[in-house]
Design a protein. Structure first.
Length: 247
């Protein structure tokens, strides 16, 4: 088993808000070995949770964002970040830890979410950030012990936060569908339908979930792999509906 630090290197990043250059830990993609994704498309890799390293966070001005959209700011958005984030930001002066634990990663994502709201980012951007925060809480909870009352209570609190951000993601993506054109966060219509169907099933909104799955199964252009996954999800939806129907 490889150590997490062996997958990382420091990349120099220029902040589009304050123009300072800072170092940020990123993952060496050439070393990654992909595992099966979670039911809601959360990526998995052997020996490292890459999700923890998907945010750039400027230590000088406080601007933070998911790596792929970090420098995608208009002049107006830069001003909004300066007014609503940088003006209240106090640099910690602390250096980055060698590897990020889940608390550190979640804090970075929450800062990115704050910046997305401050710069009036797209609804899909907010939803996607919430989804990733929920994924982090899920993984954090999976690793937490529960042998004492205190540990069980701490784990329950993490699960509550997981559900909170999961719900925010679900509602946000639904709104994004009415406001934005595809691709949305890199997803085509079928991938988005599958994700929304999965989220809807989780929240027991089976009518919405069934409709989203039907969009995939009834398509003439959706690929076979996506249709197979949609068929599995349809069976899961039917199973859950039957289990909750009074006999």
């Amino acid at each position: 088993m490889e150590k997490e630090i062996d997958f990382l290197f420091e990349k120099k990043v220029r902040c589009p808000v304050c123009d300072n250059i800072f170092g940020s830990k990123v993952v060496r993609t050439s070393r990654l070995r992909r595992l099966q994704t979670d039911f809601d498309l959360r990526p998995r890799f052997r020996d490292i949770d890459t999700l923890k390293y998907s945010v750039y966070a400027c230590p000088f001005c406080g601007y933070s964002a998911i790596n792929t959209s970090f420098d995608q700011l208009s002049k107006g958005q830069i001003m909004l970040v300066k007014e609503n984030v940088t003006a209240n930001f106090k640099p910690s002066g602390e250096s980055d830890p060698e590897v990020y634990d889940y608390n550190t990663a979640i804090a970075r994502y929450k800062r990115a979410l704050l910046c997305s709201k401050a710069k009036r980012g797209k609804m899909s951007e907010l939803a996607y950030t919430c989804l990733k925060i929920s994924w982090l809480y899920r993984s954090m909870g999976d690793e937490m012990p529960e042998s004492t009352k205190e540990e069980c209570e701490a784990k329950e609190e993490v699960r509550k936060n997981q559900e909170l951000f999961y719900k925010e993601a679900y509602q946000g993506f639904q709104k994004a569908l009415t406001m934005e054109d595809f691709p949305i966060c890199g997803m085509d219509t079928f991938t988005m339908d599958f994700l929304l169907a999965t989220l809807a099933c989780h929240f027991k909104e089976y009518g919405f979930a069934s409709k989203a799955v039907s969009n995939i199964l009834g398509s003439q252009i959706a690929d076979r792999r996506m249709k197979d996954r949609a068929l599995d999800l349809k069976q899961e939806i039917v199973s859950k509906m039957r289990a909750e129907t009074p006999q």
